[in-house]
Design a protein around this ligand. Structure first.
Ligand SMILES: *Cc1c(COP(=O)(O)O)cnc(C)c1O
Length: 372
């Protein structure tokens, strides 16, 4: 029996051990642990990578969302439209501004909020739309940008899963008002701890986030507003500078693995990702849809294959958000998807024999006679 992990960060480290160790040592030798040259250099390199004018390093993807919303002027009582099928942090960041997440049901073809359902969610209190580039697939941004223009709304993107993704030849990071990235270790660009960044073309938004992340100050003691301690760590920045150089190569590998999975599973009962030609999906997760998902997961686990579910409970059904009475409506398409989705092993270093092992066991499970 093989053991196939869901992600494999050890192999990636071993492949780049010398460079990463040297980067860590450089920070220790300089003892410049907070902001400073490594963070500035990473910000410039990451902004360049995203084709954005600015990138500001922060403590996590959640901090990126929170501070980006604040910098876009989101205040208590405002409404922000987003997807119920996402990691809780998307809604959490909205709530941390005192604002209210307004969910829009998904399009089951993309798992993104359905663009045609957004207009009915817009009210006088709506201040922003927060699309989530879920699984690494860019949201269809043109209709969202159009609605935002018509109603004077900000567009803050959750790109925590979409480093290097592209929409109509534009890198995710240079599309809406502010784009939020997470460098949580397992993300396409992952640090060795927590980290995040906001990419933006707006100097005002970038400046405001620089202040907010650093206790609301511009220089050592002039605290101009009540801010936060949400800076990107210099050690993480140094590691991310090394890893950024391999991101395109790693994303290409993910795309090739996704193609192979699709080739091996096409024509079966598995619902496969549908990607329109104008996007570059970078497959942070490779998600298929199938009835009997929990049984399949158990079967794969017994064969040494780790899988995940992203996400088993839509945000509006989570106790924290449910209990606030924010919104008790039902989003049937998101709820149904949450019962049928399964994330298969996906990481750049995945080998073809491992992909075949996974798909062989999925096909075997499909063919096995099962009680009801
Ligand atoms: C990972 C993730 C976040 C939060 O990022 P952290 O760095 O863990 O705070 C937010 N949104 C989505 C969609 C994510 O996948």
């Amino acid at each position: 029996m093989q053991t196939i992990p869901f992600v494999d960060l050890k192999t990636q480290y071993r492949n780049h051990e010398l460079e990463i160790d040297a980067a860590i040592q450089r920070v220790i030798d300089n003892t410049s642990f907070i902001l400073g040259q490594e963070v500035e250099a990473f910000e410039a390199e990451f902004a360049d990578y995203c084709d954005a004018n600015f990138a500001v390093g922060v403590a996590s993807g959640t901090a990126a969302l929170h501070l980006a919303l604040l910098a876009c002027g989101i205040e208590a009582g405002d409404e922000v439209i987003t997807s119920p099928l996402t990691f809780a942090a998307t809604a959490e960041a909205i709530c941390h501004c005192g604002a209210i997440p307004i969910f829009v049901d998904i399009d089951p073809a993309t798992y993104h909020m359905h663009p045609e359902r957004i207009p009915e969610a817009i009210t006088e209190r709506t201040k922003a739309i927060l699309p989530v580039h879920l699984y690494g697939q860019p949201v269809d941004m043109d209709p969202i940008l159009q609605m935002a223009r018509e109603h004077g709304l900000k567009v803050v993107e959750d790109a925590a899963q979409a480093h290097g993704a592209e929409y109509k030849q534009h890198r995710v990071g240079a599309i809406g008002d502010a784009t939020c990235f997470s460098f949580y270790p397992g993300k396409n660009l992952g640090a060795y701890g927590d980290g995040g960044a906001v990419a933006t073309d707006s100097e005002a938004i970038a400046e405001r986030i620089r202040m907010l992340r650093n206790h609301g100050r511009k220089s050592k003691f002039d605290h101009l507003e009540v801010g936060f301690g949400e800076r990107l760590d210099a050690l993480q920045a140094a590691i991310l500078r090394v890893k950024l150089r391999y991101l395109d190569e790693w994303n290409d590998s993910r795309i090739a693995h996704a193609r192979r999975y699709c080739q091996l599973l096409r024509g079966t009962a598995a619902g496969l990702p549908e990607t329109p030609p104008e996007v570059r999906h970078v497959y942070h997760l490779f998600v298929i849809r199938i009835q009997g998902r929990d049984d399949l997961r158990t079967q794969l686990k017994s064969q040494g294959i780790s899988t995940g579910i992203h996400y088993p409970i839509p945000v509006h059904k989570l106790p924290a958000y449910h209990a606030q009475g924010l919104q008790d409506d039902s989003f049937p398409l998101a709820e149904r998807a949450a019962e049928e989705i399964i994330s298969l092993p996906m990481f750049p270093e995945l080998e073809d024999a491992q992909i075949r092992y996974v798909t062989d066991h999925i096909l075997r499970w499909m063919d096995a006679p099962r009680g009801a």
